[in-house]
Design a protein around this ligand. Structure first.
Ligand code: FAD
Length: 470
């Protein structure tokens, strides 16, 4: 019996739960669905489209070696997927549809629709847990609730993890070619800039190269260097992880193998990195625990009432990297130029927008999504809500990063600023963090759009005015 494997954010053949399982059952036909309008409504932009498209092309090549045809369907809206996917399966004589679960609300509704319609047409759907080690709902507190604080989640994750969950499936063996169906892709989407494609090669091989490079060269110093944006101290694997060009098990097992198989103790660089991978999983669980976060609602419900200022000129200055705070501006320019931003700077720029500019975090969330190659609802929404103090385990609202001291601490020599704010490159390093008025006017660098102290107080007052959590 033919099996249909639907690839989504899991663009690989190695250690792919749905593919491995389906192939054991019979010959496989693969499908991938392009939903441009739906994705645009999720704020996805050209960098992500392009990375996805290149990832699909790489996947098609790998599948080709296995004689598995990959067909791309163009279905703009998720709502239309169930009926079209079912007719595709029927036309191609596939009795079972396999896929790996995704956890955003729209994705879950879409998949539920597929399950319901398949039942009506006597097709079987097999869903697999692949993106995370624990299926959301399988790791709960003693009270049977989802964790809303990270550290106990992390501890429970470590404590309950079994070898089975970490087991990796090999890519399947090649099958006998299926007559009458061949790979068909559509590749007419807007491409990213040439330098972005060079910096971010897509596909499984590229992801494995990155992982190997990180583990041999960087992880040793990860714990000390991960907070310094001028240093290439992190893995830069987020785009590949977000689209599943590498599996979470591959990442965890490779890291653990350099640490005598341990995940939670031992080498500090490795355990710190693994801890970040568990944050990724935490936010996937939150998507299911609190569906409201997929609907533009804050996790902390009382923060719905926050009086945002939403000053458009301020938002525009933030987007364009012209706030007058050099590290914030450097970060925003890195994002728009490369499609990626360092984690320390995501926290800083998100705090700056939501606190200093008292601008609705959802504006920033959407702007990030529109530019990031690694844009991913769980992590992006989780990160934004953390920074805006509206989320799980958030920064307390009265803790507002000082963008100048952050700069002095994390970009001590002003190297990152010099790279991304060239106007200030010739200013002595010490003054680069917050140049005086004369220097600004000489260099053509803008005056600060808000005063840190006043803006901080204004934000704290706005939060104080909220009704208490009930
Ligand atoms: P590394 O430091 O090498 O970490 C390894 C992996 O762990 C990452 O690739 C990522 O998959 C995961 N990870 C690390 N930190 C986090 C975190 N805080 N939350 C969830 N997962 C994490 N990450 C995304 O993948 N997509 C997003 O859209 C995204 N948006 C963010 C928005 C804000 C406001 C903030 C504060 C953080 C966001 N992050 C997002 C998390 C984090 O900044 C990036 O994952 C990280 O910077 C990617 O770089 P890296 O691959 O070199 O990370």
């Amino acid at each position: 019996d033919r099996q249909l494997v639907w690839f989504r954010s899991d663009l690989r053949i190695e250690d792919h739960r749905a593919l491995a399982h389906a192939r054991r059952r019979g010959p496989v036909i693969a499908v991938v669905i392009r939903s441009q309008k739906q994705w645009a409504s999720h704020d996805r932009g050209p960098n992500w489209f392009d990375f996805w498209q290149r990832g699909v092309a790489a996947l098609a090549q790998s599948l080709n070696v296995l004689n598995i045809p990959l067909i791309m369907l163009d279905i703009d809206h998720f709502a239309d997927i169930p009926s079209k996917l079912i007719s595709f399966a029927q036309r191609n004589e596939c009795g079972t549809i396999h896929f790996n679960d995704e956890y955003g609300l729209d994705e879950r509704r879409r998949d539920q629709g597929v399950v319901q319609q398949a039942r009506r047409h006597n097709l079987t759907v097999e869903r697999h847990t692949d993106h995370v080690l624990f299926r959301p709902g399988d790791l709960l507190t003693g009270k049977g609730e989802y964790y809303s604080v990270y550290t106990p989640f992390y501890k429970a994750w470590l404590r309950n993890l079994t070898a089975d969950q970490l087991h990796q499936d090999d890519a399947p063996q090649a099958q006998t070619p299926i007559a009458g169906i061949s790979t068909t892709l559509l590749d007419d989407m807007p491409a990213a800039a040439e330098h972005i494609m060079r910096q971010w090669p897509a596909g499984e091989a590229a992801a494995q190269d990155r992982l190997a490079h990180f583990l041999t060269r960087r992880v040793q110093h990860y714990a000390e260097q991960r907070d310094f944006p001028a240093v290439d101290g992190t893995s830069q694997l987020s785009p590949h992880l977000a689209l599943g060009m590498i599996s979470i098990r591959q990442a965890l097992n490779a890291a653990a193998s350099m640490n005598e198989g341990r995940l939670g103790d031992g080498h500090q660089g490795i355990t710190t990195w693994i801890n970040e991978l568990v944050w990724r999983e935490f936010y996937q669980h939150i998507l299911v625990a609190a569906p409201r976060v997929s609907m533009h609602q804050p996790f902390k419900e009382n923060t719905r009432h926050l009086k945002w200022l939403n000053e458009r000129t301020h938002f525009k200055a933030w987007c364009e990297g012209r706030t007058g705070y050099p590290l914030v501006d450097a970060a925003m320019r890195q994002l728009t130029a490369t499609g990626w931003m360092h984690n320390r700077l995501r926290m800083l720029t998100a705090t700056f927008l939501s606190k200093h500019l008292l601008t609705d975090w959802r504006w920033g969330e959407a702007f990030f999504m529109n530019h990031l190659l690694d844009g991913e609802l769980g992590a992006n929404n989780g990160g934004w809500q953390w920074a805006a103090s509206t989320g799980t385990d958030s920064a307390p609202y009265f803790r507002v990063f000082n963008p100048v001291t952050q700069s002095e601490r994390f970009d001590k020599n002003g190297d990152f600023i010099a790279q991304w704010v060239p106007e200030l490159a010739s200013v002595p390093a010490k003054q680069r963090h917050f140049p005086d008025a004369a220097t600004r006017s000489r260099c053509g660098y803008p005056a600060p759009i808000v005063d840190h102290k006043a803006a901080r107080l204004r934000a704290i007052e706005a939060f104080k005015a909220l009704p208490s959590d009930d």
